[in-house]
Design a protein around this ligand. Sequence first.
Ligand SMILES: *Cc1c(COP(=O)(O)O)cnc(C)c1O
Length: 224
Amino acid sequence: MTQTDYKIYIDNIIRRVEAARLKVSDHHIVKIVAISKYSQSDEIKRLYEIGQRAFGENKVQDLRAKAEELDELPIEWHFVGNLQKNKINNLLDLRPALFHSLDSLELAYELQKKLEARNQTLNTLMQINSAYEESKHGFMPEEASEMYAKIQKECPNIILKGVMSIGAHSEDRALIKKSFETTHAIYTQLSHATICSMGMSGDFELAIECGSNMVRLGSIMFNR
Ligand SMILES: *Cc1c(COP(=O)(O)O)cnc(C)c1O
């Protein structure tokens, strides 16, 4: 694809996001984070040149490698993957703009300890396992609000900004919708939450209609 064709292709995705958000409200603004985990630095650069600024990775070592390779660009890096305890310091070295996937109280305490020692803070989302899937990480919907408040109280270096969820792994749109609604309902009850991160390449319009204001688009943004 030429760069001109790629721009037209991306404009079309932006138009789809636009149409979905306008169904919610004129004032409902949605941010696109391009998930570059299957893409190389030259492809990230290509998308950057069209205007995309926020990119996300799901492995600390990949985030480090790409952030280094693209060091000259003022990219806003997000981390969306499962964070292992032994990788916390490596992630904090990279000072990501937002950590989407705080998935347990144990991780919160470990993260707080490291942040405090480094005199650093981290913008963070609490991951919700809204479809109750064994294969997924995150807090269960029933405990989410209470745990959110607990982390706010006990982990002052973790700056909670809202919630993140992956839609139900299903072909059934009603089930996916239900999982988004569950996450959004939790989001609206939290204090000081401004980010509801949900929606991927296959379900972002539905997620936006359910109230998402941050979509994480991987394959579609890189035309895979
Ligand atoms: C890979 C990934 C995405 C993007 O997935 P696509 O279906 O390629 O858009 C979004 N969120 C998380 C947490 C991911 O790991």
